[in-house]
Design a protein around this ligand. Structure first.
Ligand code: BGC
Length: 753
């Protein structure tokens, strides 16, 4: 069997590793037998996760003191770990984790961009490819997907998530977990919990949140990830309602274990146990170890506290032997269920050969991802697609900066492989017989410099010779991701100056935005012809983006988060609760600002295409339904334009009268349809009535009888609606609450165990 088929076989073994019946019993017996042979140090090794370091003590792998490792990203590095591991007495397979977030050798557009495709199959395929490339290099566990919901793009980590909406985030979580697992990785959903709601959009900040909100919005993507097979969950850095999540028994035991029925591993985040001293929990590492371990963290990532202090805690009776055994069993169960033992080998030469070339399958997925995530935000004069042009000026250093195309998590991708926007546009233009002049102007144009004025003026002068100008501006890779919170989402002053100078030439200007979050476009909107967001294009995404710009493919991406007009509007999401004084232009005493409109610049679900789709009046297959029913919303979609398009039909629901205030809109389903010019197709979106409910203070989930408005449209502002009457209510325990986007039939066995 070649290396590729071996990898596929392993991947299949993992998926086939459904843990039921005889296999589960055999694993339990294997664990029992092993536990009887393990020393205390070996047991503690299993709850220890040691990171690569300049001075890494390989002997601790050999002695079993380090039972899991992380960040030995290349096969060569991991081979050293394996050499030590082969000397270990019990040869218990190691979990080897790495942040495989949106690709490894082949980089895709990051998760926030992937979510904008609304294409679950494509997300799954990208995750699977990322996994295959990582397994080849020796990683067997990914710290992804990040399933944190958020509605504040000041937070840099929006780039790693699926945006603000619970339905979309749950769908993406399931798709990405399934893809990673199919490619052979153990999966860790993160960060538990509410990490995306830190005050002020600052990373690591505290969160205060009511539990019904937590259960309605924040938990479902984790539940979807677990239903799809995520074997581990990472606790978050933030304090939650006054208690750090890493030492929060209510979160980890009552909610994650009891209410969400999670039976895998809880790992801490990087150094989080040590950092609890900064939360003021205790200055004493022993206390922090006891608090965390007893709260329900099973695995210590990179604090090395469990290894050092659990023996003392056990001797003092502050941690029970039963608790240690429980955590060790969880770790062992994941290792055996996923057949990790079969992967305790790596062929450095073979991996080198595999890494030397990019996989054609990955390339195809990455290009398709580029097509499906190029989000057309603004094109009032229909200047796009580019046609009948013979000279194009591509302006701005971000157009030709491979490192910035990679975004914040480059993994093992290589700069030399990146097809930049400049290269992709040049190549596509050549096919159309057009020539591209590239003008770097002020480079990334981030921080004002003395030379800006001159270089901008020169670039504008040169660009004026073109038929159309493509200006590439936005974020650099360092301005997005962890620890990259922004207090202002405006484009930088030099970037605005550059765009203004280009617009002043009188030539049509198409702005291509790169980055990991929405940026304010207020001061350029009326000056330019079009604006398209391409996120961080990764290795080949620019090829797909160029195809969209030239009209080979009509843009189909839709916003997975609300795009603000002003940073001061944040946090902002479409699914807010109504107020007693709804915003009104004619009435000062209403829910709005005095200095900026209350509406976003672009709403959730929004995105333009080159076609003209219209939705006919929606139909419901029944006007009355019970909580156990599924209703089907159908709508005829017509493409009256001249180009093939993909439309995303979005179904939002509002519970008109309820015992709690309910969001004015909540996405409950969506479906994509491809339409040839002139074509009409009926699109059906099934909605489980059980998903129309909400959680109440005691954690239970209720569906209340009454009228619901079912909105159907192309973004969250749609006013087209039909009415559904729900007859008879229901109230279920938290673990029986429906999971958005997850077929209840597929979760039954998980719940039983
Ligand atoms: C991040 C995690 C990540 C970990 C390991 C932490 O700082 O919060 O998301 O998995 O580092 O790299």
């Amino acid at each position: 069997m070649g290396s590729r088929s071996v990898r596929f076989a392993l991947a299949l073994a993992m998926v086939a590793g459904s843990v039921s019946g005889a296999r589960a019993d055999a694993i339990d017996r294997r664990i029992d037998a092993l536990m009887r042979r393990m020393t205390l140090d070996e047991k503690i090794g299993q709850v220890t996760l040691a990171s690569i370091a300049e001075v890494f003590d390989y002997d601790k792998v050999a002695s079993g003191a380090y039972g899991n490792v992380m960040n030995f990203g290349t096969a060569k590095e991991f081979a050293k770990v394996l050499a030590a591991w082969r000397k270990s007495r019990l040869k218990i397979p190691l979990l080897h984790g790495t942040d495989i977030i949106y690709g490894n050798r082949t980089l895709f557009v990051p998760p926030i961009g992937q979510a904008s495709s609304f294409d679950l199959g494509l997300n799954r395929a990208a995750a699977e490819q990322a996994a295959l490339e990582s397994v080849a290099a020796g990683t067997n566990w990914t710290y992804a997907p990040m399933v944190d919901l958020n509605r504040d793009p000041r937070w840099g980590r929006v780039v790693e998530g699926a945006g603000e909406d619970v339905q979309l985030a749950a769908c993406m979580a399931g798709a990405r977990v399934a893809g990673f697992r199919a490619g052979g990785l153990v999966v860790s959903a993160k960060h538990f919990v509410a990490y995306g709601f830190g005050e002020g959009g600052r990373d690591y900040d505290a969160v205060e949140m009511g539990e019904p909100f937590l259960r309605d919005r924040v938990l479902p993507p984790f539940r979807a990830a677990i239903a799809a097979g995520a074997e581990s969950v990472m606790s978050s850095f933030n304090a939650f309602n006054g208690v750090p999540a890493t030492a929060n028994p209510h979160l980890l035991k009552d909610i994650l274990r009891r209410d969400m029925r999670f039976r895998g591993i809880v790992t801490s985040d990087w150094g989080a146990i040590d950092q609890l001293k900064n939360h003021g929990l205790s200055p004493d590492p022993l206390d922090l170890t006891v608090a965390t371990f007893n709260a329900g963290v099973d695995l210590d990532m990179a604090s090395d506290f469990f290894r050092k202090y659990l023996p003392i805690a056990l001797a003092q009776g502050r941690v029970s032997k039963a608790r240690l055994d429980e955590a060790v069993r969880r770790v062992l169960r994941v290792k055996f269920e996923t057949d990790l033992g079969k992967r305790m080998r790596v062929d450095v030469e073979e991996a080198k050969a595999t890494q030397a070339t990019l996989d054609p399958r990955g390339r195809a997925i990455a290009i398709e991802m580029g097509r499906r995530t190029t989000l057309l935000l603004h094109d009032p004069k229909e200047r796009l697609p580019l046609a009948d042009v013979s000279r194009i000026a591509v302006v701005g250093g971000l157009a030709d900066s491979p490192r910035d195309h990679m975004g914040p998590h480059p993994a093992l991708s290589q700069m030399g492989d990146i097809v930049t926007l400049r290269a992709a546009i040049t190549e596509r233009a050549a096919k159309a017989g057009a020539r591209v002049d590239y003008l770097e102007a002020c480079g990334a144009c981030r921080f004002p410099t003395d030379t800006d004025e001159t270089v901008i003026a020169e670039a504008a002068k040169a660009a004026a010779a073109a038929d159309v100008i493509v200006a590439v501006v936005g974020e650099t890779y360092e301005e997005s991701g962890e620890a990259a919170a922004r207090a202002d989402l405006a484009l930088s002053a030099p970037q605005v100056k550059l765009v203004e100078a280009l617009a002043a030439t009188g030539r049509p200007v198409v702005v291509v935005l790169t980055g990991g979050r929405p940026m304010l476009v207020e001061n350029i909107l009326d000056k330019v012809d079009a604006i398209a967001m391409v996120w961080f294009p990764g290795t080949y995404g620019a090829i797909g983006a160029a195809e969209v710009l030239f009209g080979d493919v009509s843009p189909s991406a839709r916003l997975p988060l609300t795009w603000p007009r002003s940073t001061g509007q944040l946090p902002l999401s479409y699914d807010r609760l109504p107020t007693g004084r709804p915003a009104s232009a004619d009435d000062k005493w209403t829910n709005k600002y005095i200095d900026v409109a209350w509406t976003p610049r672009f709403p959730f679900g929004y995105g333009l295409s080159y076609g003209r789709t219209t939705l006919a009046a929606p139909r419901l297959d029944k006007a009355k339904a019970k909580p156990g029913d599924t209703v089907t919303v159908s709508v005829a979609v017509t493409n009256s334009g001249t180009r093939a398009v993909r439309e995303t039909v979005q179904v939002y629901v509002h519970d008109v009268i309820a015992s709690r205030s309910r969001p004015s809109r909540e996405l409950k389903g969506f479906a994509q349809v491809d339409l040839a010019p002139g074509e009409t197709r009926d699109v059906a979106v099934p909605i489980r009535v059980a998903t129309l409910g909400f959680h109440v203070e005691d954690g239970s989930y209720v569906v209340e009888p009454g009228m619901f408005r079912i909105f159907v449209g192309k973004d969250a502002t749609t006013e087209t609606a039909v009415e559904l009457e729900v007859t008879g209510g229901s109230r279920v325990a938290p673990w029986d609450a429906p999971i958005p986007c997850v077929d209840p039939k597929t979760t039954k066995s998980a719940k039983r165990r």
